[in-house]
Design a protein around this ligand. Structure first.
Ligand code: C5P
Length: 242
C-alpha cells in the first residue's frame, strides 16, 4: 500500500493523498459488507478485480464524453483519481426488478421494468441510507437542482452505454449505483462521476441462465463470489494475469 496520508477509509476502499495537488489515490480492499455493515467478509482478490473493472468501465465512459474522476490505474490495487467534493446522494438506476425494489413493492425479481427507474438515497450509515426524493435533496441543499439534472442526465447515458456494453458480453445490467462529485477547474464547477463501477455496485446476470455475477453472491451466500467477479473481468477481456 502506498505510504501516503490517509484521507478517508470506506467499507471497500481507502483514499490517500495523491502525488499532486487535486489528486487522490483510491485503494481497493478485499473487504465486503452488506446490509449496511451487518454482514462482513473478505472476498479474496476482489480489490484487484474491481480496480481493473472500474478502470475499464470509467475509461470507456470517458471516451463517450462522460466526465469521471478517474485518471489512471497505478498498480494492482490503486488508481489515481481527481479529488472531488462528493455529493452525499447515491443514485440507483434500475432496469429489471431486484433487491430492495422487489422487496419494497412485492415485484418478483427478474420482472422487466416498463422503463428505467432512478432512485436517490441519502449517504448516511447512521441513518441506513434512507431513500429520498428530489424535494429532500434540493430543500436540504445536498445538491442544487442543476446539479441533480446533470446527475440524472449522466446516469441515463451511463445506463444506455453500459447496458449495451454488458449485453455484448452476455450480461444483463439489472441495476447499479452511482456517486457523483463536484470538480472545480478554472473557477468553473462540473459534476463528474466518482467512486467506482464494479460488481460491488452493479447487478449483472448472465443473459441465458440468469446466473448472478455480482455482490448478491456474497449477500445471499451463493458461493463462488470471487469466481463471479473474475468471470465479469474475463468477459470484458481484462482478467489480470496470475
Ligand atoms: O439493494 P438495492 O436493490 O437497493 O440495490 C440497488 C443497486 O445499487 C444494486 O446494484 C446494489 O449493488 C447497489 N447499491 C450499492 N450501494 C448501496 C446500495 C445499493 O452499490 N449502498
Amino acid at each position: 500500500m502506498t505510504r501516503r496520508r490517509r484521507i478517508y477509509e470506506g467499507k471497500a476502499k481507502v483514499l490517500f493523498e495523491g502525488p499532486e495537488p487535486g489528486t487522490l489515490v483510491q485503494y481497493f480492499k478485499d473487504d465486503a459488507t452488506a446490509f449496511n455493515n451487518q454482514k462482513k467478509g473478505i472476498i479474496t482478490g476482489k480489490g484487484v478485480l474491481n480496480n481493473r473493472i472500474s478502470e475499464y468501465l470509467m475509461s470507456r465512459l470517458s471516451e463517450i464524453g462522460v466526465p469521471t474522476h478517474f485518471v489512471r490505474r497505478l498498480n494492482m490495487r490503486e488508481q489515481l483519481v481527481r479529488e472531488v467534493e462528493i455529493i452525499p446522494i447515491e443514485l440507483v438506476v434500475r432496469n429489471t426488478a431486484a433487491g430492495s425494489l422487489s422487496k419494497r413493492f412485492g415485484i418478483p425479481e427478474g420482472t422487466p421494468l416498463p422503463r428505467s427507474i432512478i432512485e436517490y438515497y441519502y449517504k448516511s450509515d447512521e441513518l441506513n441510507n434512507p431513500m429520498v426524493t428530489e424535494e429532500h435533496i434540493t430543500a436540504f441543499g445536498w445538491a442544487a437542482p442543476q446539479d441533480l439534472d446533470d446527475m440524472v442526465a449522466l446516469s441515463l447515458r451511463v445506463n444506455d452505454y453500459l447496458s449495451g456494453l454488458f449485453l455484448g458480453i452476455g450480461l444483463r445490467l439489472v441495476d447499479f449505483k452511482l456517486e457523483f462529485g463536484r470538480l472545480w477547474e478554472n473557477e468553473e464547477m462540473r459534476i463528474v462521476l466518482a467512486d467506482e463501477i464494479s460488481p460491488d455496485n452493479c447487478r449483472l446476470w448472465d443473459i441465458k441462465t440468469n446466473e448472478k455475477l455480482d455482490k448478491d453472491r456474497f449477500r445471499q451466500d451463493l458461493g463462488k463470489v470471487e469466481e463471479a467477479y473474475q468471470e465479469v473481468a474475463r468477459r470484458l477481456g481484462i482478467l489480470p494475469e496470475g
